[in-house]
Structure formats: C-alpha cells, structure tokens
Design a protein around this ligand. Sequence first.
Ligand code: PPS
Ligand code: MG
Ligand code: MG
Ligand code: MG
Length: 399
Amino acid sequence: MGTATFWWRARSISVGVGSDWRLYEARIQKRGIVVSTRRRSSSLPTLIVSSMPYEKELAAAKKAATLAARLCQKVQKALLQSDVHSKSDKSPVTVADYGSQALISFILERELPSEPFSIVAEEDSGDLRKESGQDTLKRITELVNDTLASEGSNSFSILTTDDVLTAIDNGKSEGGSVGLHWVLDPIDGTKGFVRGDQYAIALGLLHEGKVVLGVLACPNLPLASIGSNQQHSSNEVGCLFFAKVGDGTYMQALGGSTQTRVHVCDIDNPEEASFFESFEAAHSSHDLSSSIAEKLGVKAPPVRIDSQAKYGALSRGDGAIYLRFPHKGYREKIWDHAAGSIVVTEAGGIVTDAAGNPLDFSKGKFLDVVSGIIVTNQKLMPSLLRAVKEALNEKASSL
Ligand SMILES: Nc1ncnc2c1ncn2[C@@H]1O[C@H](COP(=O)(O)OS(=O)(=O)O)[C@@H](OP(=O)(O)O)[C@H]1O
Ligand SMILES: [Mg+2]
Ligand SMILES: [Mg+2]
Ligand SMILES: [Mg+2]
C-alpha cells in the first residue's frame, strides 16, 4: 500500500501506510496532530492518529482576527481623510486595510511556526514602497505596534517599517489546490468601513483547495438579530463568527464571551423569507435581486449591508437568502467568500453560483462563478435556483 487517506474529521483513526510511513508521520506532526506508531508487522506499521483537526489554526485565526478588529475599530473611530487612498482600480484602501493585513500575517506566522506559511490576501505593499507612501507606512507601523502592545504580553515584538512591508507582502501567494493556504480580506467592505457602516475581517484556510476553517470578525454587527422586523433592547455590537469543517458554526462577542452555536433559519416558505444584498449597487445588481425576490414571493424589503457580515448574519438566521450578482466583467476573488462560505455551510446553509455549482476555491485567487453567488438554506434552494434561472433568462432575452 503506497498511499494513505486521512479522514480529517475523525478524532481518532488508524491508518495503515506503506514503506514510506515516516514521511506521512512527519507531515501529520507538522500540522500539530498527535501521532503514534504501532508496528503490527515489519512491512505494515499502523499510525494511531488522535486529532483535533485545525484546532491550533482556528485558535491562531481567532486571535489574529480579533486583534485586527481592534486596530480597525481604532481607525474607524478617528478616520481622517488622509487615511483613505485610492488603488489603481479606484477602489478605496485605508491604513486599517494595510494594518490589518500586516498584523494578521505576522500573528499567524508567529503562532504557527512549524507550518509552511502561505497567504492569499487582497492588499500589497506597492504604494507603500513609493516616496509618497512613507508617511502612511509609518502610521501603519505605529498602529500595528500599538495593537500588538495591547495584546497584554510583556514580550511583544516591535516591528519596523520593513517588517510591516514584508508581512503585507506575505499575502502574495497564489493559493491553489495543493497544501495549506490562508485566504485573507483584511477589511472586507472598505466602502462600508469608510462610511462608518458594516465591514468584516475575513480569514479562511484552504487545505487541498477546500475551505476548512473560517473566521469573520464583524466589529459593527449587532449581537442581536438584524433581520427585518426585529426589535431588540440591546444594541451591543461586535461579533466573531467561526467555523471549522465538520464542527459547526459558532458566534461570540468580539469582546470575548461564551460561544453560541448558530444555525441558518429553517424557513421553507419564501413568502416569509427576507434577503441580504450588497449595500453598493455597483457591486451587485439590485434590479436582478428584486426580480428574483418577486418571483419567489418574498415580501420583506432587502437588507442591504456591506461585506461578509451578510454571511455571518445569514448563518445565525437573521435572514434566509443572500443574493450577489456583480455586473458584467467583474471576477470574484476568493477572499471575498472563503470565510463567509464555510461560516454559512457549517451552520447548515448552501452556497453556490447562480447555476447551482459549488464554489471552487482551488483555482488561485479568482472564483470562476456562473453569473453570481446565491446563499440560502437547504429547503429554499430548489425554488431559489428556479427563480434565479427564470430571472436570468428574462434579463438575457431583454438585451
Ligand atoms: N464592481 C464590483 N462588483 C462586485 N464586487 C466588487 C466590485 N468592486 C469591488 N467589489 C468587491 O466587493 C467587496 C465588497 O462586497 P460587498 O458585498 O460587501 O459590497 S458592498 O460593500 O456591500 O457594496 C469588495 O471588498 P473590499 O474591496 O474588500 O471592500 C470588493 O472585493
Ligand atoms: Mg472584500
Ligand atoms: Mg478588502
Ligand atoms: Mg478592496
């Protein structure tokens, strides 16, 4: 027997491997899984693997996203116009996007020193290496160091501007279908962040091209439901959603509280459903969404919020459907969906493209989706797919 397949959800498994078993043992141990070997015969040893798969990675991801959220909150509170810059595609980027990316990259590498380190992330340091970027770089470095100091450890490292540039550029990985890759959107919904609205720090982990864990920090999302017609006395904000493959989705307050398991809603009558869509009409066609909602018989008005906070809210049943139809020519990036999609699927939901295909995160930084992305629970998906198909056909025949 030359190969071994490990079922990562198992807590304790036995696998027989071939003559190169030492290689497998080394690889497994690198991922922090406890391994012992028992030789049943000289040619066929058995590895006894007791694992809490991705446990260490999840702890590191939660720590990194929580600290990045602290950095972003500080910047959002005192957002100066000089902190917002325009990228070559004219989209905004702030000192907080860069600071969050540098901090998360630094923390993941520090917390998981024995793992090969690869991140596919949205930002790069190009503009910060120019003469015109030097003041911004200093400000980002200060922000990162202040946040690390607030971690409470006596032995925090002080990063130089070069360390910050290197940490940001760790995010240049291409991802793909082999090995482990972190996927990071340091601020998802930068327009919402600048407006003072919703945004998310979105961190996922790919293993062999599949999302195996995701953490979404949503500093401005109320802990109570934001679904339509919801009224709550508490207005506490700041949610941390996290999910690990096979283990369900949980939410806790960003400030730290006990975690609660969350589930998507179990509505099966579309008339009772409400739906989320992008705040910015430039990011998703509101016309197409309203045509789909009408076909389904949805009565509630759309809930428009920025970022993957939409996936978080849907995972705890605040609404039943998320519709996303970017305008022609736009290519979706994996960091805009990796963390959000596992947060929803582990809460019992389904995420597909407009044709019903699962999202494929194994092809590098882009997601090649057909027409758009739709998210809902198992019961509503068949009628949602029919409504989407009808609406897309109507749109095509009207052109
Ligand atoms: N033209 C266009 N079409 C579709 N999507 C686009 C487009 N431009 C940008 N983006 C990406 O949208 C990300 C924010 O998505 P949202 O759904 O949060 O949009 S919105 O803020 O609610 O409007 C946003 O994420 P951030 O850049 O991280 O903010 C972009 O990756
Ligand atoms: Mg984004
Ligand atoms: Mg972003
Ligand atoms: Mg952006």
